[in-house]
Write a protein that binds this ligand. Structure first.
Ligand code: HEM
Length: 416
């Protein structure tokens, strides 16, 4: 058995094998909340990882004892000797900048920022996008149907969500390839405790692009979210310029990487479980349930963002000190044997499935209704039009990219 040190090193370093679940089970056996060394910015600190559902939910919902806003924890030494590097990293107005995106602030700023945009992400509003998302899915498959094969990542799972979120925001078609490069660079280069060369330049380019987009929408407002947010910023006190730019990069970034992973990794999971795959193909009305199970079984986000303890508190018998970093491992909670029967089985018709693949509490994924709609359309359309789909390379030849808090398929060649 790995020591907790080895286990978490693999977990955070991106040296994880395709299947992290053995490690996660080992961590769960050590406790609901486990102290582990964590390679943050080159220095090693101790953090707590939360391995079980009950404790993960408790911490994610406890906005009094835990905060996402590291400015609240005055101890800058949290970031070790590399505090300066972190400060530099925060300089460009990207969503990583301290305290300007909804993901990294608490009440009351969190509510103010989230409310400005939340109407565009309600299940009802999102349902209105269905015909357009369907059209995008069909157009993508039309382009490959005759070929009898495709790379599902490159030709379907990636372009579908990026086109949807870009249309919502008003990112021109011609710019989407560049946005992809920056987001991918951010996702892979900014893994926890990891800092790849050139990453600052990508963050800066992404931030400059957001500023350019805003300037453009000021001149030529259109019926899109960036134009609406820009108008709100101009009215004065509800949204600052820095917050506006962070919001835009956050929505672009969060809105496609994860959803492409759901579609691509989800397809591979189905191919890995032929009986479940057949069952789904035989009854496509099971797709929404199957998506929830794919989110539970191997959701795109390994962890929620770090939480910082605002005061000393006990969790599952462990004393957490003020300022301690606590990281809920969503994929571990979603395999918690005290919550799910046969958690390591993929059961697309699982009746009771209260997973936390979208997080919990006030920071629960804003885009969950959109991700679910995109997933629904992506899987339904793919399985309806290409029911004979199968892997087009040996299973062992599949390669993965390791990114910010997840792993994604480098490619998924299929034949149909
Ligand atoms: C399957 C796809 C997705 C997964 C698994 C996912 C996962 C998550 C998780 C776990 C969080 C909470 C992070 C935390 O508490 O630290 C989150 C937050 C967020 N997600 Fe998603 N996400 C997905 C798709 C999307 C999409 C399509 C959007 C669209 C814009 C989006 C936008 C956001 C935003 C804005 C937040 C921050 C919410 C807040 O802090 O209030 N996500 N997501």
């Amino acid at each position: 058995m790995n020591t907790p040190e080895q286990a978490t090193f693999s977990l955070f370093s991106g040296e994880l094998a395709e299947n992290p679940f053995t490690l996660l089970a080992q961590l769960r056996s050590l406790g609901a909340i486990v102290p582990v060394p964590f390679p943050l910015g080159g220095t090693e600190r101790q953090v707590w990882v939360v391995t079980r559902m009950e404790e993960a939910v408790r911490i994610l919902k406890d906005h009094v004892h835990f905060t996402v806003d590291r400015r609240i924890i005055s101890d800058t030494s949290l970031f070790g000797q590399n505090a300066e590097e972190h400060t530099n990293l925060s300089a460009p107005p990207s969503f990583f900048s301290a305290g300007t995106s909804m993901l990294t602030v608490d009440m009351p700023d969190h509510r103010r920022l989230r409310t400005l945009i939340s109407k565009a992400f309600t299940p009802r509003y999102i349902e209105g996008l269905r015909p357009r998302v369907q059209q995008i899915a069909d157009e993508l498959l039309n382009q490959v149907q005759e070929q009898g094969q495709m790379d599902l990542v490159e030709e379907y799972a990636f372009p579908l969500p990026i086109n949807v979120i870009s249309e919502m925001l008003g990112v021109p078609q011609a710019d989407r390839a560049r946005v992809r490069v920056w987001s991918a660079a951010l996702a892979t280069g900014l893994g926890l405790g990891k800092r790849e060369p050139g990453i600052i330049a990508h963050i800066q380019a992404f931030a400059d692009y957001a500023a350019h987009l805003v300037a453009d929408k000021r001149q030529h407002p259109a019926d899109d979210l960036v134009s609406q947010l820009t108008a709100i910023e101009e009215q004065g006190d509800r949204l600052s310029e820095a917050e506006l730019l962070s919001m835009i990069t956050l929505l672009i970034f969060a809105g496609h990487e994860t959803t492409s992973n759901l579609i691509a990794t989800g397809t591979l999971m189905l191919l890995d479980h032929p009986a479940q795959f057949e069952k789904l193909k035989a009854d496509l009305s099971l797709v929404p349930l199957a998506i929830e199970e794919l989110l539970r079984f191997n959701g795109p986000a390994m962890i929620a963002g770090p939480r910082y303890a605002t005061e000393e508190i006990e969790v599952a018998g462990q004393r957490i000190q003020q300022g301690d970093i606590v990281i809920p491992i969503l994929r571990s909670a979603n395999r918690d044997e005290s919550q799910f029967t046969e958690p390591d089985e993929l059961d697309i018709a699982r009746a009771l499935n209260r997973h936390i693949a979208f997080g919990q509490g006030i920071h629960t994924c804003l885009g969950a209704p959109l991700a679910r709609l995109e997933g629904d359309i992506a899987f339904t359309t793919l399985l309806r039009r290409m029911p004979g789909l199968r892997l087009n390379i040996p299973r062992d030849n599949i390669t993965w990219h390791f990114s910010l808090n997840s792993q994604s398929l480098a490619a998924l060649p299929i034949a149909f």
